[in-house]
Design a protein around this ligand. Sequence first.
Ligand code: XMP
Length: 509
Amino acid sequence: MQKILVLDFGGQYNQLIARRVRDDSVYAEILPYTTPIDEIQRRNYSGIIFTGGPNSVYDNSSPHYTKNILELGIPVLGICYGCQLIAWMRDGTVSTAPVSEYGKVEIKTVRESLLFKGIPESSVVWMSHTDYISEAPEGFEVIAETDNCPCAAMQNTEEKIYAVQFHPEVTHSQYGKEMLHNFLYEICGCTGDWKMDSFIDDTVKSLREKIGEKRVILGLSGGVDSSVAAGLLSRAVGSQLTCVFVDQGLMRKDEGDFVEKTFTSLFDMKFVRVNCQQHFLDALKGVTDPEQKRKIVGTEFYNVFWEQIKKEGNGGFFAQGTIYPDCIESGKGDADTIKTHHNRVKMPEDIHFDGIIEPLKDLFKDEVRAVGEKLGIPKQLVRRQPFPGPGLCVRILGEITAEKIRLVQDADAVLRDEMDKCGYSENLSQFFAVLPGAKSVGVMGDHRTYEDIIILRAVCTDDFMTADWARIPYDILAKVSNRITNEVKGINRVVYDITSKPPATVEYE
Ligand code: XMP
């Protein structure tokens, strides 16, 4: 399989670059700039992309790389800081730009280039720089300019080295996708051999070889990653796979049953469901502090999970739904730290397996979803909106009780049902019900009521770092409110949260 290296110099878009390359059917992997050159050579890349970075090349503390990387005969594309780095490596001049460019800028191509094949002479790109190349290095020719940047792109066709001051990977760059495509297909000679179908076939084959006759145990959470890992492993080794599903009773209404039914009916595997809501209710009894609640749920989850794993006995393989973003070493700062993530769990010392299997460790989330759909896992699971690890615990304010779980589950089920029926859920990134634990006075027939309030929360976001509250049409909200107060016994008032993040968070605790 052909591979592209995204050499990470700490830019904010490094994962986006790799995703764009993969979207164009070429496999890309990200390595930090601290990776030795012989390691890069050993991995046999078809092309290398230097990412952007926050620094100036003349700053001693900036990430640099040995100039020899340009002598390997592998095509290189430098982006933003990566572009300046190439100029610096080849003794061009990088200086502080008299006018720094930030945002959408018009570029003009000034010379023919394979990088710009099929692209108009003038187009809009996304710029973000304070330094620029004031003089291109010897052997390079300028291929594009802007009003304030005399070298917006340059090339050395003989050595197949290209560099762009702008960011082709962001959607604001009008023909960015085409430029990356040209680099991959016209310059690196890629043929587009990264396809999800072949990923499934290759992975199933290598899983079979690795696992042999042994068994595999996987912790299934009902989330996208572990569900798709389960689907792949089941296809590879069928009933040699045991999935352990801890149902702490803090999921959405009937979700535990749905997960069980889906996996037992769709796939050949041994499915072990541990129902332990009471265990969690006991552990959470009297606890109101949000952080303590989260901690208890996390700790108890693993206590129950590892107890069950011990019951299943030692030996065989332990599988995890780790995905690529969980494994990427950052090019920023301390390159020795690998990002820690909940997907990679620490195993107790008295549990022993012959090895760990992470069948999704090379995939981005979108790719995991695509694999899941190809494996026949229902959309409901693979397109599932994010659900916090601590579950409804963070959507019930104050102490958790079985009755409060029922109220929030029932209200949430009505909200989901209405959103699915009218198709509005397509417009939302996440939506759910929250029980604030506050009661208010109401009236039903001739009677005064004093019952719980339900808050509806719905947000639109690209990355969940910031989020806007969703402008759901009033008539949909009216229907949801009407149904909740009629159908969920114990709720007499429904309110809609109109706060964005920041200042609020998406969840309530
Ligand atoms: P906040 O509340 O921080 O949430 O704005 C942002 C996104 O993260 C999800 N979330 C979690 N996911 N474990 C998770 O796996 C957690 O503890 C957790 N807390 C929040 C939240 O649902 C939203 O999508």
